[in-house]
Ligand binder design. Structure first.
Ligand code: GAR
Length: 210
């Protein structure tokens, strides 16, 4: 299977996906920002890159049409949003329904949108984390595939919390992408189906009271 990765910035999730030696071919890394740091990282790994600069388009529809043309040109079976910071039109999302995944830096449905770590600190939650979900028209609201939780520690600020979550984002996203590319993961009538899930027992306590 071919997959493409969409980025807007640093691209650390993209890098971990490329390094995971997934059972498929990364056909392209596509950014909506020419200055995205992840583009150079992809090029260093020999992955084709493309820039569809949203500032060159008068409307979201025109931008999304150009983005879809680029994705389809690479014959993508799977679209992985990895720090792709654009709101997508319903038409675009429907085109890739069941074959587009996103990683979001919170335990959805808590804290959709941006500034998720600041939202978590303001809410005073003791557990925070990240979510990989299928993308649907509802912003950050698609069916959840997997989540990883981390404790919020006394003295955390946005940066320390973001760093703790990011460590968990990388393996989580690679694991889910592998499930999809292995044909074990699919969306059926709006629900996530995963073959052969391994049960995990035990809970994460924050603060740790054990
Ligand atoms: C990651 O934390 C990702 O979860 C988040 O942006 C960061 C990108 O970092 N994505 C979103 O907020 C999507 N709404 P990266 O470019 O180093 O992967």
């Amino acid at each position: 299977m071919n997959y493409v990765i969409l980025i807007s910035g640093r691209g650390s999730n993209m890098e971990s996906l490329l390094d995971a030696q997934l059972p498929g071919r990364c056909a392209a890394v596509i950014s909506n920002r020419p200055e995205a740091g992840g583009l150079a990282t992809a090029q260093q790994r020999g992955v084709p890159t493309a820039v569809i600069d949203h500032r060159n388009f008068a409307s979201r529809e025109e931008f999304d049409a150009a983005l879809a043309a680029e994705i389809d040109r690479h014959g993508a079976d799977l679209v992985l949003l990895a720090g792709f910071m654009r709101i997508l039109t319903d038409g675009f999302v429907r085109r890739y329904e069941g074959r587009m995944l996103n990683i979001h830096p919170s335990l959805l449905p808590l804290f959709p949108g941006i500034k998720t770590h600041a939202q978590a600190l303001a809410a005073g939650v003791r557990l925070h984390g990240c979510t990989v979900h299928f993308v649907t028209p509802a912003l950050d609201g698609g069916p959840i595939v997997a989540q990883a939780a981390v404790p919020v520690m006394a003295g955390d600020d946005e940066a320390s919390l973001a760093a703790r979550v990011l460590v968990e984002e990388h393996p989580l996203y690679a694991r889910v992408a592998r499930w999809f590319l292995d044909g074990r993961l699919r969306l059926v009538e709006g629900r996530v189906q995963l073959d052969g899930e391994t049960p995990i027992t035990g809970a994460l306590h924050a603060p740790d009271v054990r």
